[in-house]
Design a binder for this molecule. Structure first.
Ligand code: DHB
Length: 467
């Protein structure tokens, strides 16, 4: 090849890959067991044309060597959002699902997203908060559109995008799964200069999703109120707030018209029994794997002969179980999610993420707003109400408008007290009721963490992506 042809060839290569990412950089990821994997890193790729916050609105993507031969591999998109704060784009980690996804040969994408603490200094010296909800979600949706519109230069099958996140990130993953292509986000997308096109995904992996925020306070108190005067140790004033909130939950729960697998309609009357089925299944799975199930959990084992048909879990005393959870970790005080200025409480992550661009945190439920302002007829403004609505996946499942992800993997620790168990249970149940493919477990003895059980998760991903 002549010098000129070589130069022309190199130049063409650059042009074909340039618009998305340049040539990338070769890297090696080393796992705790000493294994390594070679991959190329493509970083700091802005995914909107009107960048509001250059610290966050870009993505990184990573391509294992094997994906250059077989480009049609799944795309594993992890969000590192936590605490409803901003998260930067990041590199794969050998100790979470991103490293494992690379090992499986998948393209890994880790976008940044704005959140409650994202700020930009204006030329006039003012600090503007750029990341108030639904900004973080809109960013992630824009990142997904970017992957699709740059399909030719970014390897990976954009019809098999799998999102993953934990806690607030689990909520984001559930929202990405629930709200695909929904027009309600379009004005936000256009403002950012996001690519036109689809932002629906193939599968959502959600670890301990902290979501359904406007009902999370009442759900929490309804579940845990039996511990208020005992192990939870609330004051008289707190108990009064707890009981008021708890009393609001049945109307909401019943309005969901969720059904058990056998078609029974779930109500506040039979719901505790339904919840018990997940705890029993959880304890059984742990017991089968050799875990010791202490009596203080309220789990009841039958007295079958060991080694024959085996012991199995036949029941759980729910009040005892809930006390056990509370003894492990102090509950949040009521209201758990919208506490701002109620009983002199400070702002939660949720109060902040729904706040305004000047940095103020706000109440985002009518209940707390009325308590905080000492005005029983105070109402939330519609702009805020709309933003709260946009952040709840429950509003979009089965709405006939969204293209909701076909596949869902939802895990929530059976000892996680960051939100009520109803939040993940209702999410999973609504999805099942609408015939989505759902793999859901409360995981025995687990607190508020994510990206665990990776063998099980990636076996499931293999199952849904192999046809
Ligand atoms: C997270 C945890 C919470 O308890 C909460 O209310 C919001 C977010 C988190 O870990 O992301």
């Amino acid at each position: 090849m002549s010098q000129m042809m070589i130069r022309l060839f190199v130049c063409m290569m650059a042009v074909t890959t340039m618009n998305a990412s340049g040539m990338g950089e070769e890297r090696i990821l080393t796992f705790p067991n000493g294994k390594t994997i070679k991959y190329r890193a493509y970083e700091t790729i802005y995914y909107v044309s009107n960048v509001v916050d250059s610290t966050y609105q870009y993505l990184n993507y990573y391509v294992p060597e094997s994906a250059y031969e077989n480009r049609n591999v799944p795309v594993f998109l992890k969000t590192n959002v936590g605490g409803y704060m901003a998260a930067k784009a990041a590199a794969p980690s050998p100790t979470d699902a991103t490293g494992r996804a690379l090992q499986e040969g998948y393209v890994v994408v880790i976008p940044g997203a704005r959140g409650s603490n994202a700020t930009v200094l204006q030329p006039d010296g003012a600090t503007v908060y750029t990341g108030r909800a639904p900004a973080g979600l809109v960013d992630l949706k824009a990142a997904i559109r970017y992957l699709r519109s740059n399909d030719a230069s970014i390897p990976g099958d954009k019809e098999r995008i799998i999102t993953d996140g934990t806690s607030a990130g689990g909520a984001m993953s559930s929202l990405l799964g629930a709200t695909g292509n929904h027009p309600a986000y379009e004005s936000y997308m256009q403002e950012l200069g996001a690519d036109a096109g689809r932002d629906d995904i193939f599968a959502a992996v959600c670890f301990c999703p902290i979501t359904d925020l406007e009902h999370a306070d009442m759900a929490y108190e309804w579940l845990y109120k039996g511990t208020n005067a005992g192990v939870r140790g609330l004051s008289t004033e707190q108990i009064a707030v707890s009981e008021e909130l708890a009393a609001l939950y049945p109307a909401y729960l019943n309005s969901l018209e969720l059904k058990t697998p056998d078609g029974t309609v779930l109500t506040d009357v039979n719901y505790r029994d339904y919840l018990k089925t997940f705890l029993i299944k959880s304890a059984q799975k742990a017991h089968d794997a050799g875990a010791d199930i202490p009596a203080e959990t309220g789990i009841v084992l039958n007295q079958g002969r060991r080694g024959s048909t085996g012991e199995f879990v036949i029941d759980v005393d729910l009040d005892t179980y809930l006390e056990y959870v509370v003894k492990r970790q102090q509950l949040k005080a009521p209201p758990a999610f919208d506490p701002l200025n109620v009983l002199e409480n400070k702002a939660s992550p949720e109060n902040s993420v729904f706040g305004d661009h000047t940095g103020n945190a706000v109440n985002f439920t009518g209940f707390s707003l009325q308590k905080a302002t000492n005005n029983p007829s105070a109402v939330m403004d519609t702009e805020l109400k709309d933003r709260v609505w946009l952040m709840n996946p429950m509003n979009f499942i089965g709405d006939g408008i969204s293209r909701t992800a076909q596949n869902w993997y939802i895990r929530h620790g059976a000892a996680d007290r960051d939100t009520g168990f109803q939040i993940p249970v209702n999410l999973a149940t609504k999805l099942i009721n609408h015939h989505y493919n759902v793999n859901f477990d409360l995981v025995w003895n687990r607190g508020h963490t994510g990206d665990y059980g990776l063998d099980e998760l990636f076996a499931w991903i293999k199952e849904i992506t192999t046809n």
